[in-house]
Design a protein around this ligand. Structure first.
Ligand SMILES: [Zn+2]
Length: 400
């Protein structure tokens, strides 16, 4: 393959998570063992430093029936609304007529915030269910993959273009970015929110690596991609969303005056070596150590006859379970609230999902797959903890 960002032909193996099924695809028990698997490896471009998967699962396989709804969590709703208010205040507060385009607009959560601020809104979302929900709520959404051709069909310019949590999914990276350049008003602002790879590595959050995430950006590497298409970052800030994200602000390159905090983020990446191969190899070595630690704990539980349930069944939990090689013999079930997953098993590990109403008693140990919500989980489960249930965190993040 060639680099997804700069076309350079030399890519080095940075992180190897083995062969894994597509993580979001919870399956029926009768399908267990027949789910297709794909290599899950991060490679690093020797030229531009961008971390990326070397294997692409077709986007039609991954996104057509996506069940993730961004509007479902209050934290995300509040975050999106705050970003919209800040962007409007800072750049377009006294503009009488303004338009906003949201790429990968999901159920319209972000569109709604901008509509309430007086923007003419348009969402582009390939997944059927969220696009329908958005349109039913009056949040105009075109069901499509956004790319240069979609941008040409839309044929308008927007003061604000937003892409939250989608830039690492993009298979048609250059077509999408060219479409953004074409759709951005001359003084428009492209707001791009993405998981921060530097923070993923610092937190040992290797379970953020899965097939939907084709690209893993730092500020330095994202800017290289944007510049290839005539855009450039002029500001960026850290945000706690998803355990460590960046909110980047870009515009047409000739207008971009880098802020001091953007420059500081770039310098911090250089000082940490965050775009080097050695940085990723140290990350992999820590994952190998965690795997040994986790398996030793679970095997000791089994030997002592203690029951272990997984707490939550997030998509990223499947990367973790499959990389560690954990199956139903070590974790009896994954407890979950999403009713769409009733009766299913996790891909690869084949651990059954149980809804809370299917459980009669708590286990001896909860193995917390949503480990990045440690404080909230411990607070919510006070009663279980008082009864002696142990909460085991497979990864202990450094404080953000
Ligand atoms: Zn490259």
């Amino acid at each position: 393959m060639i680099c997804r960002v700069c076309d350079h032909p030399r890519l080095e193996l940075a992180v190897d998570l083995g062969v894994q099924p597509w993580a979001n695809d919870f399956i029926r028990p009768s399908e267990a063992g027949r789910e297709p698997t794909y290599p899950l490896r991060v490679v690093r471009c020797v030229h531009c430093g961008t971390a990326q998967l070397d294997h692409t699962v077709a986007k039609e396989t991954m996104f057509a029936d996506h069940t993730y709804l961004s509007g479902m969590t209050q934290t995300l709703r509040d975050h999106f609304a705050a970003v919209a208010r800040a962007v409007d205040q800072r750049f377009f507060a006294d503009r009488p007529a303004k338009a906003m385009l949201d790429i990968g607009s999901n159920d319209g959560t972000q569109l709604r915030s901008y509509r309430d601020l007086g923007y003419d809104i348009l969402g582009v979302e390939p997944a059927r269910l969220p696009a329908e929900l958005a349109n039913q709520a009056g949040l105009t959404t075109r069901r499509a993959f956004f790319n240069a051709a979609t941008a040409a069909e839309i044929g308008r310019k927007f003061e604000v273009i937003n892409a939250s949590g989608v830039f690492f999914h993009l298979e048609e990276l250059h077509s999408v970015t060219a479409g953004i350049t074409a759709s951005l008003a001359d003084d428009g602002v492209f707001v791009i929110q993405f998981l921060y790879m530097k923070r993923i590595v610092e937190n040992d959050a290797f379970d953020q690596i899965y097939h939907e995430h084709l690209l893993y950006y730092n500020v330095r590497t994202l800017d290289r991609l944007l510049r290839r298409h005539g855009l450039a970052l002029f500001d960026a800030e850290l945000s706690p969303i998803h355990g460590g994200s960046i909110i980047g602000y870009a515009t047409h390159a000739p207008r971009a005056q880098p802020s001091e905090r953007l420059a500081a983020l770039g310098r911090a990446e250089d000082a940490a070596g965050a775009n080097t191969l050695a940085w990723y190899h140290a990350f992999q070595a820590r994952m190998v150590a965690r795997k040994a630690e986790n398996l030793a704990f679970l095997q000791a539980c089994r030997a002592a006859g203690r029951t272990v349930y997984g707490l939550g069944a997030p998509v990223k939990g499947n990367t973790l379970l499959n990389y560690f090689g954990i199956g139903p013999e070590l974790i009896a079930c994954l407890t979950e609230r999403n009713p769409h997953r009733r009766g299913l098993v996790a891909p690869g590990s084949h651990i059954p999902v149980k809804l809370e109403d299917e459980l009669t008693a708590p286990p001896d140990v909860y193995y917390v797959l949503a480990w990045n919500f440690k404080a909230e989980i411990l607070a919510r489960h006070q009663a279980d903890r008082a009864r002696g249930v142990e909460f085991y965190f497979p990864v202990n993040p450094r404080e953000v």
